[in-house]
Design a protein. Structure first.
Length: 454
């Protein structure tokens, strides 16, 4: 058994040794292949590195050439800068010498040059703002070139300055009509006939217009002045060249007209009274209507009474005196005392109708100023409320409330004065009618008493 086991062991060892030898041979071949690939890769990388090194050396040479060229250019520019600096200094010296020569050669012309420039500069603003420029634009360009000139003016330029001043003086004394573009309040621009009154105002058929010198445009007023001024415009536009007319001139070239646009009209002031003002106006209208109606009625009654006086024997019931006479005719058989009582009763019946509306006018005349005082108090309350909320920095915030206070006071007084006058007239007329009735009644009683005594 031992021999048999040993035999198997030897066979196994031999088989293992043979397998290991085969594997070692295969690994050796793989290593050879790897070694060969490494050698080939090293050769390729060496070529590539050598090529890169050659390119680097070539670029280095190019950069060195550029650097050398830049240094040469820098040196040349520095030398050029030195030359230019020397030339600049020499030019400064030459320029100073030439200025001295120019000053010596010009003599008094230099003083004239300063006067011309100063005069041209001073005239630019006045000529641009002049209304003559609305008709003759572009006149300031010549003056601006003279004011900015660096050399002595020529004879033609001096003549242009003279012509500019002469034109301004001559045109300021003329009334001229020309066509120009005029802006409307809606923003549209239309060509209209514009009449220039000297250097004061521009007018069209629609009224006064303003010349905007900054934008060189003719613009309308926000609000035209009163009817008297507009009537002057109509007279001016309809007048002939040798005719004198009355025309309102604004010597400030439109400043007063523009201030006039901010002035409130009577209608705007009336609206400032707000609700209290409307109530006061309604009371005034109501009182005036009552007064007019009563005056007409009293005038009619007075005319009928006068007619009845002339025909006392035929009483007519369409008037108070006729109705009183009818009472007399119906009670002429009564004694004097009863007849007097009957007539007094008839007069008392007529009195309310004759005095109707008189007390209402009186009450309205008393209420109107009280309402004005109420509006004043309300306006002052609102004013102090505005001061509390916004302070006193902006007076415009308080102006509306102060206007309410003042306008309502004025409206109350304006309403009370005519109402008091109307009350006095109506009351006087009604008393006159009652006086006639009392007079006629007393005469009737006296005549009846004489008859009884007889």
């Amino acid at each position: 058994m031992k021999k048999l086991f040993k035999g198997f062991a030897v066979a196994a060892v031999l088989s293992v040794s043979a397998g290991a030898a085969l594997n070692a041979h295969a690994n050796t071949q793989e290593l050879d292949k790897i070694l060969e690939q490494v050698k080939q890769t090293r050769i390729s990388e060496g070529k590539i590195n050598k090529q890169r090194e050659q390119e680097f050396l070539s670029d280095r040479a190019d950069k060195q050439a550029l650097l050398n060229k830049a240094k040469r250019d820098l040196a040349a520019e520095k030398a050029r800068g030195v030359r230019l600096n020397e030339q600049f200094k020499q030019n400064e010296i030459t320029l100073a010498e030439k200025e001295v020569e120019l000053e010596n050669a010009s003599g008094t012309l230099g003083e004239m040059f300063g006067v011309v420039r100063r005069s041209a500069a001073d005239a630019i603003g006045s000529i641009e703002a002049s209304l003559v420029s609305a008709e003759k634009p572009g006149r300031a360009e010549v003056l601006r070139s003279l004011a900015e000139a660096k050399e002595l003016p020529t004879t033609r330029e001096l003549e242009e300055l003279w012509i500019a001043f002469q034109t301004e003086m001559t045109e300021s004394a003329k009334v001229s009509t020309f066509e120009a573009e005029v802006a409307e309040l809606s923003g549209d621009i239309n060509v209209k006939q514009v009449t220039r009154v000297g250097n004061f105002n521009l007018v069209t058929k629609d009224g006064y217009v303003i010349y905007d010198s900054e934008n060189q445009k003719i613009v309308p007023l926000g609000k035209q002045p009163g009817s008297s001024e507009l009537a002057g415009v109509e007279r001016l536009l309809g007048a002939s060249s040798d005719q004198y007319v009355k025309f309102s001139v604004d010597p400030t070239r439109g400043s007063l007209l523009q201030l006039n646009t901010q002035r409130a009209t009577n209608e705007e002031r009336w609206h400032q009274g707000d609700t209290v003002g409307y109530i006061i106006t309604a009371l005034l209208v109501l009182g005036a209507l009552i007064a007019v109606v009563r005056m007409i009625d009293l005038l009619v009654v007075g005319s009928k009474i006068k007619a009845q006086v002339k025909n006392a024997n035929n009483p007519n019931t369409n008037n108070p005196l006729g109705r009183i006479l009818k009472v007399y005719h119906d009670n002429r058989d009564q004694d004097v005392e009863n007849l007097e009582l009957k007539l007094d009763e008839a007069i008392l019946r007529e009195t309310p109708r004759i005095e109707m509306g008189v007390n209402i006018i009186k009450i309205l005349a008393a209420i109107a100023p009280l309402l004005g005082l109420l509006g004043t108090v309300v306006g002052m309350i609102m004013t102090f409320e505005s001061i509390t909320l916004h302070g006193t920095g902006d007076p415009k915030l308080m102006a509306g409330n102060i206007s309410l206070a003042l306008v309502t006071t004025a409206l109350g007084l304006i309403a009370a004065l005519p109402l008091i006058l109307l009350h006095a007239i109506v009351a006087g007329r009604s008393k006159a009618v009652l006086h006639i009735l009392d007079e006629q009644s007393a005469g009737i009683v006296a005549a009846h008493a004489e008859k009884e005594k007889a």
